[in-house]
Design a protein around this ligand. Structure first.
Ligand SMILES: [Zn+2]
Length: 370
């Protein structure tokens, strides 16, 4: 069976489409990012609830057979997470490869949108804490946290990517810690407010990260936490999307933050609109103790089966049976954000020696390095 790759009309595709548009605008050359077994990290237990009963949803392999990206779902709390994925070190190498050293933002339109979003966060936070020290974790080009600086807050940023950190430091004059949340050693009670907007889904240890935030905040300090929603953002292409490590639901993330000593002051759903990344946001306040309540799945519509279906969304006739993972094979990694550019080829369904259905990516041209 041969079939053209379907084009999924999802929020993710929208974001990726815009990224590609930017790359084309900059005449970015095709690149090949080599990856080896030693570049990978493996996560067996659920990073949210610690559950060990997981089901593989998608596996992405190279022609060598190396599975470099694998997505699983936790049976207990329905977190979708990467059970195999490239390490932070590998991403660092990729960032170094694309670093230009130039002092310009990747996409000025995105920075305008970012400022607008952060104005909303500012209004929310000002009601509770009109002054204080603010840390923006995953600050990108810093145009968001700059809104807080303009409102009189004392701001700093945490951003690992070379060009972005360089821009924040040089162009905005905002102090930057150039690292990732999981390796940053912040001081106790150093901040009144911490912002994580579309950041927690990128980190390897969400539970450990929340424990760190708790340590860095003053008593009753605030966290603005916004993430994409699994039920909205995921379709089959999520299995190819390398920068997200977890896809949360409101249920499992709310449970996780309470467990780590945060009270949820308010919850907000961010709808999918032009210029806004959809998801949900939690405004958290640090408390002394976390909750010991066990995780209980409350919403019956949210089930393992529903997550499996989500990971087949828009795959149409190429979708394997629900009890099998979606197996994808790609010839190489040409963009470390989402593995390959799908419009430069198609998927062809093949039967593996083990009798499983696999989708092999066939590029339009093999002129590129393997
Ligand atoms: Zn879990």
């Amino acid at each position: 069976m041969t079939s053209a790759a379907p084009s999924p009309p999802s929020a993710l595709t929208h974001v990726l489409g815009r990224m590609e548009h930017c790359l084309e605008g900059r005449h970015e050359e095709h690149r090949c990012y080599p990856i080896r077994a030693e570049d990978l990290i493996f996560t067996a237990a659920c990073p949210v609830c610690g559950g060990t009963e997981t089901v593989t949803l998608v596996e992405v392999s190279l022609p060598s057979g190396l599975v470099f990206h694998s997505t699983a779902v936790c049976r207990s709390c329905l977190l979708a997470f990467r059970s195999v994925s490239p390490s932070y070190r590998w991403f660092q190498r990729c960032w170094a490869q694309i670093a230009t050293g130039s002092l310009e933002v990747f996409n000025p339109d995105l920075e305008i949108e970012r400022r607008n979003r952060y104005r909303g966060y500012l209004r929310l936070i000002q009601e509770h804490r009109p002054t204080g020290r603010v840390l923006d974790v995953g600050a990108a080009y810093g145009s968001g946290v700059q809104v807080f600086a303009e409102a009189g807050y004392q701001v700093s940023a945490l951003e690992p990517e070379n060009d972005r950190a360089h821009y924040i430091r040089q162009s905005l004059g905002i102090p930057v810690y150039q690292t990732v949340l999981q390796t940053f050693e912040g001081e106790s009670s150093a901040w009144e407010i911490i912002l994580l907007s579309h950041c927690l889904e990128h980190v390897d240890g969400p539970a450990e990260s929340l424990a760190k935030l708790h340590h860095w905040l003053v008593p009753n300090g605030l966290v603005y936490l916004e993430v994409p929603d699994l039920w909205d953002i995921v379709d089959w292409t999520d299995g190819l999307f390398m920068t997200h490590k977890s896809n949360f639901t409101q249920e499992n993330l709310s449970w996780l933050v309470r467990r780590h000593g945060f009270e949820i002051l308010s919850t907000r759903t961010i709808p999918r609109t032009a210029g806004e990344t959809s998801g949900f946001a939690l405004l958290l306040q640090r408390r002394d103790h976390g909750s010991d309540d066990p995780f209980v799945l409350a919403n019956p519509a949210e089930s393992l089966r529903a997550v499996q279906q989500q990971y087949r969304k828009d795959l149409f006739d190429l979708a394997p049976p629900l009890d099998q993972p979606v197996l994808l094979r790609v010839p190489y990694i040409d963009q470390f954000y989402h593995t390959i550019r799908r419009e430069q080829g198609r998927f062809q369904s093949v039967l593996t020696p083990a009798g499983q259905q696999r989708l092999d990516f066939i590029p339009n041209s093999y002129a590129d390095p393997l």
